[in-house]
Design a binder for this molecule. Structure first.
Ligand SMILES: *[C@@H]1O[C@H](CO)[C@@H](O)[C@H](O)[C@H]1NC(C)=O
Ligand SMILES: *[C@@H]1O[C@H](CO)[C@@H](O)[C@H](O)[C@H]1NC(C)=O
Ligand SMILES: *[C@@H]1O[C@H](CO)[C@@H](O)[C@H](O)[C@H]1NC(C)=O
Length: 479
């Protein structure tokens, strides 16, 4: 053997370093890509309402863990998936526009002009964004509600209803619930509506009830009166929970009884349960293409999480512009291990939102990301763009593809790898049009948003007490 080594031709000695470098590179590339299996349509076509109404919950230590399912899973029954996947993006854009206009208004003037903060309400719009559902018990009745970190007031549709969309559970009827009480319009609770909903409370016709309005900007809204009631989150009862009894609700929450607001202001569920759960909640959003459950965990004992990597925390940036929302400091992005070098990082916070689907980046950042992605994901047939998504491929001939890892860096050296199911959005279910699931904002001054499509299979911990947000990898499941 030794002899053979001695006899190695000179050429090989010269090329050996290059050879090793080449191998190292390959290993490196291998580490920075992940396989995506292109399931050409395993989506369930049936509705699983009974399954969702009996979503489970459990108590572990001081935390309550609620099972969580994607909206599609619960209320599926969709005939034309392609049309649905497409319209979802359009409504997603409406939500982003309205978030941006709320921020702009708050920046340009601290004086809230009520007529100005009312977003135009378009009727008949069906919200078809990717939302997540949990089951809670209000006044002893089970209700499926959508979780939303971008708003505060929790509400359900109420009897007698002036205008309600169709929902699966019977409507909540305050008249037959002995634990329900309406909230007076001269109370401080009624006054806190201004900061929680951007609309001040108003006295009802009998000069006693406190009327509220919340509009969500994707055309959906709820109006009604504030009340309090016993809320059961799994086995934990929250007495006198303040919520909206919605008598005029439009839209988009199709099938669900209402919405659970997980924002930061006084009326949010997080603030109202502060003494029980210490202002901490977390979730793991499951991939929408599977039957997997996710979980919403109230309470901050991290030993109850099922994370596979340690939780690392970045601080929340406080923003007076949108005090109810959660902002982070995104300091960098890499694609397949290659750091992007645009000038646009750290020029402000990034909002993290459970109700926006597609992540939005400043134009300079998005351009750099797209260029690097196309460099590494090359040789695939292109497909036309769709709506806000401009980088698309026809992958109908492939069973699986290797895609570069998208990694986000946040202040305090936090690194988050986006789950492989969060990179491509399927416009066509046969994979003949799949698009990079990120989009550009319309100008550099708008605020970036981390959407739910890029939050899948992560444990995301919102700690409002310590004002920090934690990330860890977790394959979502309830058990
Ligand atoms: C609110 O109004 C009710 C009667 O409508 C009155 O009894 C109560 O004292 C008022 N509360 C406050 C805080 O002004
Ligand atoms: C974000 O983090 C960077 C790097 O630590 C820092 O220079 C910048 O001031 C931070 N931005 C904000 C808005 O906190
Ligand atoms: C996608 O590619 C397949 C196979 O090459 C082709 O038959 C099909 O027409 C393409 N579809 C689109 C929408 O371009």
């Amino acid at each position: 053997m030794a002899k053979a080594t001695h006899n190695l031709p000179l050429m090989l000695w010269i090329f050996l370093p290059f050879l090793l470098l080449n191998i190292a590179n390959r290993v490196h590339c291998f580490e920075e890509k992940k396989v995506l299996v292109l399931n050409k349509f395993q989506w369930k076509q049936q509705s699983n309402v009974p399954r969702c109404l009996s979503q489970k919950s459990r108590r572990e230590k001081n935390a309550i863990i609620l099972e969580m399912k994607p909206w599609d899973y619960c209320f599926g029954m969709i005939k034309n998936w392609d049309a649905k996947l497409q319209s979802r993006l359009i409504f997603d854009n409406n939500r982003v526009q309205s978030l941006q206009s709320r921020i702009r208004k708050a920046v340009s003037s601290r004086i809230e002009d009520q007529s100005d903060t009312q977003i135009p309400l378009s009727s008949g719009i069906k919200l078809q964004t990717l939302n997540y559902i949990v089951t809670v018990e209000l006044g002893g009745k089970k209700m499926m509600v959508i979780i939303d970190t971008g708003s505060d007031l929790t509400w359900v549709q109420c009897q007698p209803c002036k205008s309600c969309y169709s929902q699966q559970d019977p409507l909540f009827d305050p008249a037959i619930s002995p634990s329900y009480q309406s909230i007076l319009c001269n109370s401080s609770t009624c006054q806190s509506l201004q900061s929680s909903t951007a609309n001040s409370g108003a006295c009802g016709t009998n000069q006693r009830t406190c009327n509220y309005v919340v509009s969500y900007g994707d055309g959906s809204y709820t109006w009604g009166e504030l009340g309090h009631e016993r809320l059961n989150l799994g086995t934990t009862a929250v007495e006198d929970f303040v919520f909206g009894c919605g008598r005029n609700n439009k839209g988009l929450f199709g099938g669900a009884a209402g919405l659970m607001g997980l924002g930061r202001s006084d009326l949010s569920l997080v603030s109202q349960t502060y003494t029980k759960f210490g202002g901490v909640f977390s979730y793991c959003l499951p991939s929408t293409e599977t039957d997997a459950s996710g979980s919403l965990t109230l309470g901050g004992d991290s030993s109850v999480y099922k994370n596979s990597t340690p939780i690392s925390y970045t601080k929340m940036i406080s923003s007076s512009e949108l005090s109810t929302s959660y902002f982070l400091n995104l300091t960098g992005i890499s694609i397949g291990g290659v750091a992007l070098q645009p000038p646009g990082f750290a020029n402000g916070g990034m909002l993290i939102d459970s109700g926006t689907v597609i992540t939005r980046l400043a134009p300079s950042v998005y351009r750099a990301l797209r260029a690097e992605f196309l460099k590494q994901f090359s040789g695939f047939p292109p497909a036309p763009g769709f709506s806000i998504l401009d980088t698309c491929f026809n992958l109908s001939e492939y069973e699986e593809v290797n895609i570069p890892i998208l990694r986000m860096y946040f202040e305090e050296a936090v690194e988050v790898d986006v789950d492989v199911t969060g990179i491509f959005y399927f416009i066509k279910t046969d994979a003949s049009q799949v698009c990079l699931a990120l989009a550009s904002l319309s100008n550099e001054n708008e605020i970036g948003i981390i959407g739910n499509y890029q939050q899948k299979n992560l444990r995301i911990v919102y700690d409002t007490k310590e004002s920090k947000l934690g990330f860890a990898e977790e394959t979502c499941s309830f058990v």
